[in-house]
Design a protein around this ligand. Structure first.
Ligand code: 1CP
Length: 357
């Protein structure tokens, strides 16, 4: 087993005692950091940055040089899988991700290959290996993927969407076509995440950014069912350590019990749910990650600290809390505010773990 100097993030996910509450930020490497913008310019564009092992490693480490974060997250994107399936990912300036060949029919779905993670996605595994090496056991590395439903929304809509009309039309009029797509994606994601674990990822997070746009029944059938299938297929112990799995459905507060029943180790919470309620509902089954509103980072540091205290008190004493934002950090947040947030979590959480000393 490789040694870790700081393993409080992994311990908290497994609901083991820690000295202070661990913290990291969704999208912690990104445009709010001037050094990120510089490295991205050097790479040329975002996709080239993801495919350049050395630069992907560099931007992963940038937030860790600034802040005492308790975990690193692989610098990549959830859309690597659809790209590897041949859809042709590109970014239109100011418009977000787009695909050259979106999915239009059952025939398109039948033709989709399941990508080999060490071949078409080999650049991601190279980044994982390089980052693990560069971290030198300082903090754990998080690997990730999008959920099948969330990936399918981009593949069928052809990019970002607000109303999800194309995929919902498919869901309601050709459900068997969508199920075939989700099944292929679940297989692809399982292979991809297991390859990340073998390459060195010490924890896994599945981002279901768009599960919350579904009805409760459709969430079960079209999103959770496939995440459950992935959880069942993941390597759960590697190199002598448990590899914790976190599920995050944005807008998923209604379904925490069902999510916890998949056998995952932790649930990511967005800011619309009260962490105290979440703990009462599922805290005996899973750890909880979250859940400050990312927009709170626009407020002055004193207000940020007050919010950190409120969330710490909401969770209360005991094990099983990883502090995070309820979604990704916004690109125009002052980096000093992120620093104040991280310091506040470590400083103010001490009393909540005192019985562990
Ligand atoms: O530099 C740039 O302009 C590109 C912006 C960017 C970045 C920094 C994109 C494009 N992706 C990323 C990196 C990224 N994406 C990470 C890196 C690791 C870190 O956290 O530091 C991660 C984990 C993701 C995951 C991701 N990509 C999600 C799931 C999480 C979430 O935020 O909900 C989603 C939905 C995407 C799609 C995507 N990629 C990029 C953008 C702008 C988007 C969102 C588009 C949309 O709103 O639909």
């Amino acid at each position: 087993m490789s040694e870790l100097k700081n393993d409080r993030y992994l311990r908290a996910l497994l609901r083991q005692p820690v000295d202070v509450t661990p913290v990291w930020m969704m999208r912690q490497a990104g445009r709010y950091l001037p050094e990120y913008k510089e490295t991205r310019a050097q790479a040329g564009d975002f996709i080239s940055l993801c495919k350049n092992t050395e630069l992907a490693c560099e931007v992963t480490l940038q937030p860790l040089r600034r802040f005492p974060l308790d975990a690193a997250i692989l610098f990549s994107d959830i859309l690597t899988i659809p790209d590897a399936m041949g859809l042709g990912l590109y970014f239109e300036t100011g418009e977000g991700p787009r695909f050259k060949s979106p999915i239009n029919s059952l025939d398109d779905i039948k033709k989709l290959p399941i990508p080999d993670p060490e071949d078409e996605l080999g650049y991601v595994m190279n980044a994982v290996r390089a980052i693990r090496h560069a971290l030198q056991g300082s903090v754990p590395l998080i690997g990730f993927s999008g959920s099948p439903w969330t990936l399918a929304t981009y593949m069928v809509e052809g990019g970002s969407s607000k109303a999800f009309t194309k995929i919902k039309k498919m869901m309601y009029s050709e459900p068997q076509a969508l199920h075939l797509l989700l099944d292929k994606l679940a297989d692809s994601v399982t292979l991809y995440l297991n390859a990340q674990i073998k390459a060195g990822a010490q924890s896994i997070m599945i981002f279901d950014t768009w599960g919350g746009v579904l009805t409760g029944r459709d969430y079960q059938l079209f999103s959770l069912h496939y995440m459950h299938k992935i959880v069942d297929g993941l390597i759960r112990e590697y190199d002598g350590r448990k590899v914790p799995v976190t599920l995050f459905t944005k807008g998923g507060g209604r379904w925490l019990e069902a999510m916890a029943a998949t056998g995952c180790d932790a649930l990511g919470l967005d800011w619309t749910i009260d962490i105290e309620d979440a703990r009462r509902r599922v805290g005996d089954k899973v750890a909880l990650q979250g859940n400050m509103d990312p927009s709170m980072l626009y407020a002055p540091p004193a207000r940020i600290e007050q919010e950190v205290e409120t969330i710490l008190a909401g969770f209360g004493k005991g094990n099983g809390h990883v502090f995070n934002l309820g979604h990704g950090i916004h690109q125009d947040v002052p980096p000093e505010h992120a620093g104040a947030f991280i310091d506040a979590v470590h400083r103010l959480s001490k009393p909540y773990h005192q019985d562990n000393d």
